[in-house]
Design a protein around this ligand. Structure first.
Ligand code: ZN
Length: 584
């Protein structure tokens, strides 16, 4: 499942044709040595001159494509672009690429192996691409992703994937074809299929020698492999290598490290990892929450923690960290009380009564974010005249709030509802210290479109326009850029139910934007009781470590208006400091 998460393509893989399996079993039954040593020899045998290596395997001779007669020459003797393309598509290697892509899409390893074997026999030149598709399919089969639920056939398919995968990887080296990141990552997956994370790690290390920067997915086989085996120290080595190569671990990797540290009873590492998860992931998935819960429930953890501590040092830690944590280690002693709970509107824990803090955003970070957003919006919306909007905002801004009109008018509505937007506009105007309308961003077609010719709607539009509160975004524009830019630029509230998770928002990265969103997004709910605006919470939805050593861990479940978010609350009875400074 981890692999499916890490390699989303896997989720598209369909079932393979098992009966064809036996056809190919005999060919590669005997390898000259064990697959593992065979594979490492292959890695080591790659010549160390990546630039001199060829992308195309020229060992084959029978299909010398340059000798094919030219097709569809124009009267001037020149080959048209279309004809060239057609000629290219008809090349045996192009046809093979197409067919292998199909096999990859449908998870047909046996068919792909047949095509591969035929191509080799017929001397079709094989490129890096062909090899990578083959390795991808073999490693998918090797890791059990192509199984159909029939244990005997699935085992055969796994075995076939691993055996042929190692052989194809070796052939790639013999044919002097340049490997790339995908080659190594697939080879590492093959190593993990053999339950050999050591080899998977060696393969990632070798990538460096080829000048190929490893990606997060390249580390997965080694990291998860060591974690699965419970080898915490080796997993930490992989983690260090990732840090050295500038690859940031995400929730899956950090959770796996957390689990292996817990099982190895490495309390300091668990503490360090919880803080890394706090800083990078902020809110955890259900599976990570379960790991955290198990930690606090374990018998071992009762004996972990400082009996006494310096309160001033804890306070210093909180200030230094920006609030919400101190980083001074486990505090207190005895068993923990761990509960699943909720926060009230003010951020008071319904289990232990502690009030969560609101962590401020550094204004410098906001400024940097605003400039990178400006750059992106200008690039993406250059044709749609984004510069004109910037000038308009300069003249008419700043605003206390920005309304994503398209979204606000459609919450719980089948058709765009101008009166719903009007209600929201008036409500925000009432709340505004300057009693000013918020900025309404609405697509031009909504402002001048046919259904909006209704005189009542027109009247509303005119009123907003006259008040300098309406900006119709031009045809062909993506209005998301406009409302987001305006809200960030004015550092004000943003009214939308858009969870801002699609491609556009992913461009903004995950380190700052989620924090900005949490503090600025106003959500709308429409019920029989009317329209309600939900202001940003007055506390931060992030893992929090309080000064007495308690922990509050938010989960991602309930990330909407209907379901309250679930939190883990971990407290212990003896969270009492014996510090002298506490007595005065
Ligand atoms: Zn609590």
């Amino acid at each position: 499942m981890v692999l499916v998460k890490r390699f989303p393509v896997l989720s598209f893989i369909m079932k393979s044709e098992i009966p064809l399996l036996l056809k190919h079993r005999k060919r590669f039954l005997s390898l000259p040595c064990s697959p593992s040593s065979f594979m490492m020899r292959t890695v080591n045998s790659y010549p160390f001159y990546p630039h001199s290596m060829k992308r195309i395997n020229r060992l084959t001779t029978s299909a010398n494509l340059n000798s094919l007669p030219p097709l569809h020459q124009t009267s001037g003797g020149k080959v048209s672009r279309k004809a060239k393309k057609k000629e290219h598509m008809e090349l045996p290697e192009s046809l093979l690429k197409f067919k292998l892509d199909m096999c990859s899409r449908h998870g047909k390893l046996v068919e792909a192996l047949q095509l591969y074997d035929e191509a080799r026999e017929n001397g079709v030149p094989l490129s890096q691409y062909h090899y990578n598709v083959m390795l991808y399919l073999c490693s998918s089969a090797g890791s059990g992703s192509l199984g159909q639920g029939d244990s005997e056939n699935d085992d055969n398919l796994k075995e076939l994937g691993m055996r042929r995968g190692f052989e194809i990887f070796q052939q790639m080296a013999i044919d002097n074809v340049v490997p790339n990141e995908a080659t190594f990552t697939n080879a590492a997956r093959l190593a993990t299929a053999r339950e050999d994370p050591e080899m998977a790690f060696d393969l990632v290390k070798k990538m460096k020698n080829f000048g190929i920067p490893p990606r997060l997915r390249s580390y997965g086989p080694a990291l998860f492999g060591f974690c699965k085996k419970g080898n915490a120290d080796k997993a930490y080595e992989v983690d260090e290598h990732m840090v050295d190569c500038g690859v940031s671990a995400e929730e899956s990797e950090l959770s796996a490290l957390l689990k292996v540290s817990m099982d190895a009873k490495k309390a300091d590492k668990v503490y360090e990892l919880l803080h890394r998860i706090r800083a990078t992931v902020r809110q955890v998935s259900e599976s990570s929450a379960q790991i955290v819960e198990d930690w606090f429930k374990s018998d071992f953890v009762a004996s972990v923690g400082l009996e006494s501590w310096d309160v001033n040092k804890i306070k210093e830690g909180v200030v230094k960290g920006g609030g919400g944590w101190h980083g001074q280690g486990w505090l207190g002693s005895g068993n923990w009380r761990i509960r699943r709970t909720q926060m009230d509107k003010k951020g008071v824990c319904q289990s232990c009564g502690e009030k969560l803090v609101c962590i401020d955003i550094d204004p410098k970070e906001t400024k940097n974010f605003a400039s990178s957003l400006t750059k992106l919006a200008r690039e993406k919306e250059a044709k749609a005249g984004f510069a004109k909007f910037q000038a308009w905002l300069q003249k008419h801004g700043p605003f206390d709030a920005v309304v994503d009109g398209a979204n606000a008018g459609l919450v719980k509505q089948h058709r765009f509802n101008f009166f719903q937007v009007n209600f929201i506009m008036n409500k925000l105007r009432e709340m505004s210290p300057s009693k000013r309308y918020p900025l309404l961003i609405l697509h031009k077609r909504r402002v001048h479109g046919k259904p909006d010719k209704d005189p009542k709607n027109q009247k509303l539009l005119e009123m907003w326009e006259k008040s300098g509160a309406l900006y119709p975004t031009p045809l062909g524009s993506d209005d998301d850029w406009y409302w987001l830019y305006a809200a960030v630029h004015c550092n004000c509230l943003l009214v939308t139910n858009d969870e801002m998770r699609d491609h556009l928002f992913q461009l903004l990265g995950s380190s700052f934007f989620p924090r900005w969103k949490e503090k600025h997004q106003v959500r709308i709910s429409v019920s029989k009781h009317g329209i309600q605006l939900h202001m940003p919470p007055p506390y931060s939805i992030v893992i929090q470590e309080s000064e007495n050593g308690s922990w509050h861990v938010p989960t991602v479940t309930g990330d909407d208006l209907e379901t309250p978010r679930q939190w883990l609350c971990a407290t212990r009875s003896k969270n009492v400091s014996n510090s002298l400074s506490d007595l005065f």
